[in-house]
Design a protein around this ligand. Sequence first.
Ligand code: MG
Length: 253
Amino acid sequence: MGKSPDIRIKTPEELRILRDAGRILAGIFDEIKNLVKVGMTTGEIDQVADSLIKRSNVVPAFKGYRGFPACACISVNEEVIHGIPGKRVVRDGDIVGVDIGIIHQNYYSDMAVTLGIGLLEPGRQKLLDVTRQALMHGIAKARPGNRLTDISHAVQSYVELKGFSVVRDFVGHGIGRKLHEDPEIPNYGAPNQGPLLKAGMVFAIEPMVNMGLARIKVLSDGWTAITADKKPSAHFEHSVAITESGPLILTVK
Ligand code: MG
């Protein structure tokens, strides 16, 4: 974590726009969940995302970001995050991470879901359930008076209690007028460290959880992160505002 992060406190008007952006993005995900089927390629899933984004009158945030070529990051099974959509075919029993960012009225929203395709082997179903629940445990710590790594610690301790491992190489982040703002939000670490959380901060919290070991590697495409042991990995993400009364998940309808 860098020194003294510059964490922007959003105004009520900014929070209203971010809430609208999150509602739009959650709606896009609702449709994607219904449209992704066995036999589709990840490139076709990205086309679905592209058309839903266009129809929602928002701008895809990832396309062109540091040269990323698509609207969605789509990461299948052993792919952790940042999978580039292409010819890979989605099969029954796969888990498919879909991560999308949008820009609405100059503000960003970021969300990821890992979809189970068809009937999952029980270990994979547990991986999805634990990752989704780890995100909720992290979000529950996003309240004024806590410190940043209370989020990190809540994620890690839950994941490890359930016998899985958290990825160290990628972190959550602040979000607002930029896709990636301060602070970085690790998914591991001791509690009660880092900046005090305050109302008006907005974070993208995004645990990546591996069924096997935590170690990952990045493929020669420069983007796709896979597990070093080739075992499955899951990823869930919400954009979340800290309010006086606690966390407010922005990326829900
Ligand atoms: Mg993110």
